[in-house]
Design a protein around this ligand. Structure first.
Ligand code: ASP
Ligand code: SER
Ligand code: ZN
Length: 596
């Protein structure tokens, strides 16, 4: 029976069509689309795994081929799906259509020579980045080696050579490819109705793209005063350490002396900026790991154990057999840490070049957070097998990291004693990681959104990059930069086409999650003292939230765990409030003039 009903909608001038037949057609379309996509995703995951763990001419070629096929398929399905735009669907089908619209990773143009070129350019940028070597005085280092030296170096000149060496190695080679990638992927984005790739990326958050910009900026404004206090204190202490001529007490901090290749995490300079009585009270996970002879795999076991203590099933044997934990000696790989679910069911893996450091101990928890999330939502239909939004995905493992307190470390036998008065030293160290990250996490995509929209042209790529680094982070390049340099290209996610605002959101959300989980665990006391280790109650709710995947708008999913429907910086601010007080009084004591 054919039943047509035409319902004029109040809020729209168009007519929406409702008929059983049309709805069934739409359902059939989306189910078949999911089936085809799932097949291609799995094939692409396998090939990309091989490529990323063994970069050669051939593996690059087959990876770029399959990535192109996947993109072309997704683009075609998106275009086809518009024929159902005006059909009123049931909520599940409707959500699937919405997710499909924004699901393409690399928006390939329909012209086949352009789409294959774009796929090649993307693979090539990632290969250049991953095989790049920072050369210093005739000796060349892989990125992970350079990172380690930089983390430990308090030598202004050596740090500068490494900083510049890495940027020289990859930036100029990536720049022309990046311009091509911007123009080609923008063409693709326009073919599916977006103004540019930035708008496509921002449309993945269950709200209009313009509203999303406001939400993000409001969160940044809320945390900015905390960042400014920390910046002020660190600049002052660094100035005392290096001298006024190298680090003036006003203005920007040189970007290379913050213990990290991108100045996105300053926890490695803790020992030079913290007061002496703080330094003695610092807990070093690295020292404990070394003392106990824990190797890379052992570090992963600690992380798995935490999740298991909350009620998650242990990782499958195949995880231990198929993951990559160490940089192989004899071949090039993509070392940047990542987590995979190759068959979208149980074939979980991580790929990392683990260093035995505090930082990597935490990154391992971060990666396993992805794996446990992937497994939690594996029974959802394919289009819902994703985070509630990408920031959720990045926040799961980091939430666990917030539970790595001294008492937790003692409980698992990694440290013997908890130093008396550990709170402020601990908070300072963690702020150098979490608070410091916030402006960085914001500016990467702020820059990219402007690039994709055409607001900044190729001749201003690097200039604008440094304007934002100055304005938001209060840091400056230690040597002159020109448009021959392409410093954005020296940060993985830019050549690798991975959106970054997810990490900013995750840094807000993880404190919201932590607060909610600590409440569930029945913890009373200051938030930074809480560890949810072994709390089945917290675990149960966490898992319940994770199982939802992307099946509902993220606001609903957030409410499952926290009761709130908005992202909020309040828990972060509460968490660090004792430190904020301390920083403000130190800055006053030293007479530092804050700001830049
Ligand atoms: N830990 C890495 C980073 O966040 C990779 C990841 O997202 O898993 O970039
Ligand atoms: N893992 C992300 C990065 O390395 C965010 O911390 O940049
Ligand atoms: Zn991640």
């Amino acid at each position: 029976m054919k039943r047509w009903l035409v319902i004029p909608l109040l809020f729209s001038s168009t007519f929406c069509l409702f008929s059983e037949e049309k709805v069934n057609e739409a359902k059939k379309f989306i189910n078949e689309a999911e089936e085809r996509l799932e097949k291609k995703w799995i094939e692409a995951e396998r090939i990309n795994w091989i490529y990323q763990t063994y970069i050669t001419y051939d593996t690059s070629l087959i990876a770029s081929n399959v990535n192109e096929e996947l993109s072309n398929l997704t683009m075609a399905l998106i275009k086809d799906s518009t024929k159902f735009t005006n059909v009123i669907k049931d909520p599940v089908t409707d959500r699937k259509f919405k997710l499909l619209q924004v699901s393409v990773n690399l928006a390939t143009p329909s012209d086949s020579s352009k789409s294959s070129r774009l796929a090649k350019v993307a693979t090539e940028m990632e290969s250049i980045y991953s095989t790049g070597k920072a050369c210093v005085d005739g000796k060349c280092y892989s990125l992970d080696e350079a990172i380690k030296i930089l983390a430990d170096s308090k030598d202004y000149k050596l740090a500068l050579k490494l900083w510049k060496g890495w940027r020289d190695a990859v930036g100029p080679k990536i720049k022309p490819l990046y311009s091509e990638y911007v123009s080609l992927s923008n063409q693709g984005a326009r073919e599916i109705g977006f103004a540019d790739v930035g708008e496509l990326w921002r449309s993945r958050f269950d709200m209009p793209s313009e509203r999303f910009l406001e939400v993000v900026d409001a969160l940044w404004q809320e945390v900015k005063p905390l960042y400014e206090s920390l910046h002020c204190y660190v600049r002052g202490r660094l100035s005392d350490y290096y001298g006024d001529d190298l680090v003036p007490k006003s203005g920007y901090i040189p970007a290379h002396i913050l213990g990290n290749m991108w100045a996105q995490d300053w926890s490695n300079i803790y020992q030079i900026i913290a007061p002496p009585e703080f330094r003695r009270k610092m807990v070093s996970i690295k020292e404990s790991l070394n003392k106990k002879g824990v190797d890379e795999k052992g570090m992963v076991k600690y992380a798995e154990n935490f999740f298991v203590s909350l009620g998650f099933e242990p990782l499958p044997d195949s995880f231990w057999e198929r993951s990559m934990f160490k940089r192989p000696r004899d071949r090039e790989v993509v070392c940047h840490a990542s987590a995979w679910n190759i068959d979208m069911k149980d074939d979980l893996r991580i790929k990392m070049c683990i260093s035995i450091t505090d930082e990597d101990f935490k990154v391992i928890h971060h990666e396993l957070g992805h794996n446990f999330y992937q497994r939690a939502y594996k029974d959802q239909p394919p289009l819902f097998r994703a985070g509630a939004h990408t920031g959720f995905h990045e926040a799961i493992g980091d939430t666990i990291v917030l539970s790595i307190t001294p008492s937790y470390l003692k409980e698992i036998g990694l440290i013997e004693d908890i130093p008396e008065g550990w709170d402020l030293p601990f908070l300072l160290q963690l702020a150098l990681e979490k608070v410091v990250f916030l402006p960085f996490g914001y500016l990467i995509d702020k820059w990219r959104w402007e690039v994709f929209s055409g607001k900044i042209s190729e001749e201003k790529f690097n200039e604008r990059w440094w304007e934002l680094r100055k304005e938001l982070q209060g840091i400056a390049p230690p040597v002159e930069r020109t448009e021959k340099d392409f410093d954005p290209g020296a940060k993985y996610h830019i050549p690798a086409n991975v959106p970054y605002i997810r990490y900013f959101l995750a840094h807000i959300l993880q404190f919201q999650f932590h607060k909610a989980l600590c409440d569930l665990a029945g913890f009373k006391g200051p938030l930074h003292e809480c560890s949810i280790y072994k709390s089945r109650k917290a675990g149960e709710k966490f898992i319940e939230m994770m199982q939802k995947g992307a099946s509902a708008p993220w606001m609903d999913t957030l409410a499952v765990l926290t009761g709130a429907r908005e992202m909020s910086a309040k828990p972060l601010l509460i968490y660090f409030s004792p430190l904020k007080k301390w920083l403000d009084s130190e800055n006053k004591k030293y007479g530092y003039k804050c700001g830049w």
